[in-house]
Design a protein around this ligand. Structure first.
Ligand code: LMR
Length: 394
């Protein structure tokens, strides 16, 4: 059997990592994979994580299993972080997962288990792993317009025109904040229009929130998710702790299912537990425990929030610097969108040929659709990037 396997397409983001590593140029710049880096190009272990790890090492007495849904303390702390007071906690079933991708996978497994004929609506563009997992599970898929390649903002009219075709029982996948790959995000009034539409047609929202705290602030970045959860009778939310806690390799995520009623929750919870059991049994706990310690301890939480804020402010500053440098070099305001976008990514709007030139002639690596990881820049590389963008004629 194994000799008959066919090669699978490589993930274009992960492929870039290998290409970058293999490039011998000392001045190459990596704007590929979505990993936060500080000005020295390092992805740091956050201070609060280090403190929590030291404390955990001293205090942890067992590494026996938690539960199929992980530690309920983790679910509670994350639910509060993401949903705040927007819904009655008694309606929210939750299960820890291996990373945010694990949460996306389990949400789609739940849909497949319960309503295999539903169509999953994805933004065009979206994170490539979304369509890949949907396809892998054999679910139906459709796209809604999202990005306006002229303004580099959200094509909201196009989005709503496409969402008009969504049917009752379909699932609409939305990015909670910091849209990946574009960096263009819905305003709160737009979230409201989407929520009202989904309620009116009886479709289910599924939110992928992987960058809370990387945009405008913890509460601000969760505002759209909270609004949807409040307005819609049921919502699936896949959350990641990889970025905002900097614990990528610990694989820490959570799937939340906001049930229509309190009475429905136990069965929903049981189903999430069952699906975890089928796929990986117990979820990993180390990262989840650190996150729980940080979120439930006043000092650790303040420390984490301060560091997260400085990361966020740094990215906004880099955006403003890049937009400024591009204005100077091109004599036009057409790159102003970079300062408006939020999160780690911006879609530059370069052609695949220009992306290739940036890589070949300038050693600058970005994803082929011209997604740049802003956190891969620093004050020294911003002018270099700006000049290169101007040179290749974007
Ligand atoms: C990204 O979009 O670059 C990250 O989410 C990393 C990944 O797994 O693709």
């Amino acid at each position: 059997m194994l000799e008959n396997l066919t090669a699978q397409p490589q993930d274009k983001i992960l492929m870039l990592i290998e290409m970058f590593k293999a490039d011998p140029r000392a001045d190459k710049i990596d704007l590929g994979v979505g990993v936060y880096k500080n000005a020295d190009g390092v992805t740091p272990v956050m201070h609060a994580i280090k403190t929590a790890e030291a404390q955990l090492w001293r205090e942890e007495t067992t590494k026996s299993y938690t539960g199929l849904a992980g530690d309920p303390g983790f679910s509670d702390a994350m639910r509060d972080l993401i949903l705040g007071e927007s819904v009655d906690a008694a309606r929210v079933a939750a299960a820890a997962t291996p990373g945010g991708t694990g949460a996306v996978r389990q949400a789609l497994e739940l849909i497949k288990f319960h309503t295999p004929d539903a169509t999953i609506w994805l933004s065009n563009p979206t994170w490539p792993n979304h369509p890949s997992i949907v396809r892998h599970l054999g679910l139906n898929m459709a796209e809604y317009r999202y990005f306006d390649s002229e303004s580099r903002g959200v094509d909201f009219d196009g989005m709503m025109a496409d969402l008009a075709r969504v049917k009752a029982g379909d699932v609409v996948l939305l990015h909670g904040c910091c849209h990946n790959p574009t960096g263009a995000n819905l305003t709160l009034p737009e979230w409201q229009i989407v929520a009202d539409h989904l309620v009116a047609i009886g479709a289910m929202p599924m939110i992928d929130i992987a960058y809370q705290g990387f945009g405008d602030g913890l509460a601000q970045d969760a505002a759209g998710t909270r609004l949807i959860a409040k307005c819609c009778p049921e919502t699936l939310i896949a959350a990641s702790c990889s970025k905002n806690f900097g614990i990528y390799r610990e694989r820490t995520g959570l799937l939340m299912a906001v049930s229509p009623t309190i009475a429905a929750k136990p069965t929903v919870q049981g189903t999430l537990n069952h699906l975890n059991r089928q796929n990986f049994s117990f979820p990993p706990d180390h990262g989840a425990r650190l996150v729980t310690m940080i979120l439930t301890d006043k000092d650790l939480r303040a420390d984490w929030q301060a560091e997260l804020k400085s990361m966020r402010d740094g990215m906004i500053h880099l955006r403003e610097q890049l937009a400024r440098e591009l204005r100077q070099r091109t004599g036009s305001d057409r790159f102003g969108f970079i300062a408006q976008h939020r999160g780690m990514f911006s879609r530059l709007g370069a052609t695949p040929e220009q992306v290739e030139l940036l890589r070949k002639d300038h050693g600058i690596y970005m994803v082929g659709d011209s997604r740049m990881n802003i956190a891969g820049l620093n004050a020294t590389t911003v002018p270099i990037l700006a000049q290169a963008i101007a040179d290749v004629g974007v």
